[in-house]
Design a protein around this ligand. Sequence first.
Ligand SMILES: Cc1cc2nc3c(=O)[nH]c(=O)nc-3n(C[C@H](O)[C@H](O)[C@H](O)COP(=O)(O)O)c2cc1C
Length: 362
Amino acid sequence: MTASLFTPLTLRETELPNRVMLSPMCQYSAEDGLATDWHLVHLGSRAVGGAGVVMTEATAVSPEGRISPGDLGIWSDDHADALRDIAAFVRERGSVPAIQLAHAGRKASKSRPWEGSAPISEDDGGWETLAPSPEPYPYDGGETAATREMSADDVDQFVEDFRAAAERALDAGFEIAEVHAAHGYLLHEFLSPVTNRREDDYGGSFENRTRLVREVTAAVREVWPDDKPVFVRISATDWLDDRESWDLDQSARLAPLLAEAGADLIDVSAGGIHPDQEVPEAGPGYQVPYAERVNEATDAAVGAVGGITEAEQADQIVRNGSADVAVVGREFLRNPYFGLEAAHELGEDVEWPAQYRRGTFD
Ligand SMILES: Cc1cc2nc3c(=O)[nH]c(=O)nc-3n(C[C@H](O)[C@H](O)[C@H](O)COP(=O)(O)O)c2cc1C
């Protein structure tokens, strides 16, 4: 039987009630990394609105891994406690609570978008950023904080931070952990020759550049229960074909290795490593072909993201086998009820929250 958007998907022993996932989206509304009412309302609304998986924004595994001072974090038990009610609420609504674990690498220490997304220097309350190599991200103007090349000890600590963050996330009630290895943040910086100029076991060859993401995935998998899935989000390409960079061929080669390390779904995004990137027109489903290619390369499930805004379009992505899950970002910002409305449009019988039944279409 051909799966559709509303065919449940079982990954390990965790059932996703449908294949609509809320894409991770930073809200810049945390206080010292702690979740606030905003996160409960934002994530809770999308669970009420019928997303099968509700993924938190990038949640930093250590304080210096935050993009901005407003990012979520999970580097202490207090941080896990602040997320606990959110995970429970999402679960009570029948959605699967998921958390994206992240470290922003050299793209950390920036102001919130509505404050300009400008780099914050250490003098202005910013912090030293970590990266595979010491070159800071080439921002247009604005003084950046210093970027430190990670030592062998930093690399070990980084893996341990991910492991500890996953343990806390599990304790907080999340059922899916996603490793953020996309968008030019730390793990992507190791993958890409644009940012990784190391000469140790973590730089140079494909095997060396992919070592850290494989180690982190394995560390998360070690502490994540056997019945629960681990996702990894990658940038399928740097969109920098004019130079030695990370590309779709390497992503296709990496996908089965991530599956071997314990990933159950590869969430396929793109770009973010360097401002010179040449982004193709971000039209409907602009990154779906990347998901298709990764899907051909691995037995793991695959998520497609980017320009998915219509029920029919999301349904087709699943029906024609491009991907197993349709990951929806900005459309969910416009319409928190995208999941329920998609079910209605596709003629699927999905239970509405009891509180909202008088608002159903029939
Ligand atoms: C406000 C905003 C915040 C985002 N934050 C994250 C994030 O924390 N982690 C991540 O992997 N992607 C992040 N993204 C990228 C989205 O998850 C998604 O991949 C992208 O917006 C393309 O999908 P869309 O066309 O459905 O929006 C963010 C995007 C937006 C618009």
